[in-house]
Write a protein that binds this ligand. Structure first.
Ligand SMILES: *Cc1c(COP(=O)(O)O)cnc(C)c1O
Length: 445
């Protein structure tokens, strides 16, 4: 393939500017952080989190909704503290996330609990913490919660999560609102479930919840889901049932590549059009849109291999650190930390990690400027569903997370040592008492 000359300027965002040809996070050179903490690592901009939150909140200035940041997008305690400081609540999907939200100082009255498989222990923890709302996704879960609340002499505020049977037109693996998906209660069964909730002890049904998927870049699926939910609210009320709250979920997409992600203001206009006069207290559960654009994953090039068919750039980050490309065929821009010369040529390359899996591939035939061993590169829009989805596959340590605010940076999760990692395993005593079996000769009986 012919190399193509360098055309458009490489750009990330105002929070990750190039200064003097060097990528910065706010006021700090990314290379300086790389020297301090080693690669790979995640880096977040506190100002970018704040800007994303404010853009969302200001779009709904009229409604003044409860904005429950979806903790699963990025659950680092320091990140949660940033959002708590901005006035956000938390949407949690496990007891671990509930504990994180509380530990980060989120008031329980701003925490809601979602998820299709909350265990009895998790429901108990939610009731004991006296959180704002528990979103119920099935009749068996409703009955279980009722039992637990009754025994504890408590009344749990509950929203029924509706499965509106709408195609979110996002990647199939992050679509949640079709009837064949595991999420929520089917449209036709919501009224019965809601009536049951009014009769069960320990339960106070307050409204409906809906969340149709993630990385939505088209508002039309939202419209179809919201229209159905608004119809259900009218129907419930016509049946004499009280509905005071509506939880419209998360899912708003961001720009990874060339998507035209909707502006929060257009989304707000749609919400207003459908629910404007319903007299409902509103809740949102945004995750990706608040955290995604605020983070980078920084890696170092280990080798550049000129294969028979193509150039392969091997970096020290892998699918265990950022799994989205392997899991969802997701795109992340890959930018050099030091800008190439103005007349540098772009040429296609595959960018891969060291893990022993073919899917450990971040990009195929990506137009990249020249990169050499030792160079730093950054994967953009990695603030959501990055570090939280990482694992230690291939016994690779979890990568550190760094938070930048202006001219300071802090490690907000340290890289574990190999000793820390090995100490999690236990060899049973019966194994240490047995000496290794002698090797058998080939062909021996
Ligand atoms: C994952 C999830 C969210 C957040 O989704 P984003 O796409 O990150 O905004 C919100 N609500 C529920 C119920 C979820 O499962």
């Amino acid at each position: 393939m012919c190399p193509t000359p360098f055309r458009s300027p490489i750009r990330v965002s105002e929070f990750f500017p190039y200064r003097g040809g060097e990528l910065h996070a706010e006021e700090i050179a990314v290379s300086r952080i790389a020297t301090a903490v080693g690669t790979p690592f995640y880096i977040y901009s506190a100002a970018a989190f704040a800007a994303q939150y404010r853009r969302f909140a200001e779009a709904f200035a009229r409604e003044r909704p409860l904005i429950c940041y979806a903790v699963k997008a990025n659950s680092n305690l320091a990140v949660l503290r940033v959002f708590a400081g901005l006035g956000a609540g938390a949407d949690v999907v496990s007891e671990g996330e509930l504990r994180r939200a509380l530990a980060a100082g989120m008031p329980p009255q701003r925490i809601l609990f979602s998820g299709v498989g909350k265990t009895p222990a998790e429901l108990e923890a939610a009731i004991d913490a006296e959180i704002h709302q528990i979103n119920i996704e099935s009749v068996p879960e409703l009955c279980r919660l009722s039992e637990i609340a009754r025994v504890r002499g408590r009344v749990a505020p509950v929203a029924i999560r509706v499965n509106p049977d709408v195609d979110a037109r996002t990647h199939a693996k992050i679509s949640t609102g079709m009837k064949e998906n595991k999420f929520g209660i089917d449209l036709g069964e919501v009224i019965a479930a809601y009536s049951l909730a009014t009769e069960l002890p320990g339960i106070e049904p307050v409204g409906l919840a809906v969340h149709i998927g993630s990385q939505l870049v088209d508002l039309e699926p939202y419209r179809r889901a919201f229209v159905r939910v608004a119809g259900l609210v009218r129907e419930l009320r016509a049946n004499g049932l009280a509905v005071t709250r509506i939880d419209l979920g998360g899912g708003l997409g961001i720009r990874y590549r060339a998507e035209d992600a909707p502006e929060p203001t257009s989304y707000a206009r749609l919400v207003r059009e459908i629910f404007g006069s319903a007299g409902l207290a509103m809740t949102f559960e945004p995750g990706r849109v608040l955290a995604g654009p605020a983070g980078l994953l920084v890696a170092r090039v280990i080798y550049v291999k000129q294969g028979a068919a193509k150039r392969i750039v091997i970096v020290d980050a892998a699918m265990n650190d950022l799994i989205r490309p392997a899991l969802y065929e997701a795109w992340h821009d890959i930018v050099p930390v030091r800008l190439p010369a103005a007349d540098a040529f772009f040429a296609p390359a595959d960018v891969v990690g060291p893990v022993c899996e073919t899917t450990d591939t971040f990009a195929v035939d990506r137009d990249l400027p020249p990169v050499a061993e030792g160079d730093l590169v950054a994967f953009t829009a990695a603030g959501a569903y990055g570090a939280v989805m990482s694992s230690t596959y291939n016994s690779r340590p979890l990568v550190p997370e760094v938070l930048v605010a202006g001219t300071r940076f802090d490690v907000i999760r340290a890289r574990p040592s190999y000793d820390d990692m090995l100490s999690l395993d236990t060899v049973p005593t019966w194994l240490s008492e047995v000496s290794p079996a002698p090797a058998r000769k080939r062909g021996a009986a």
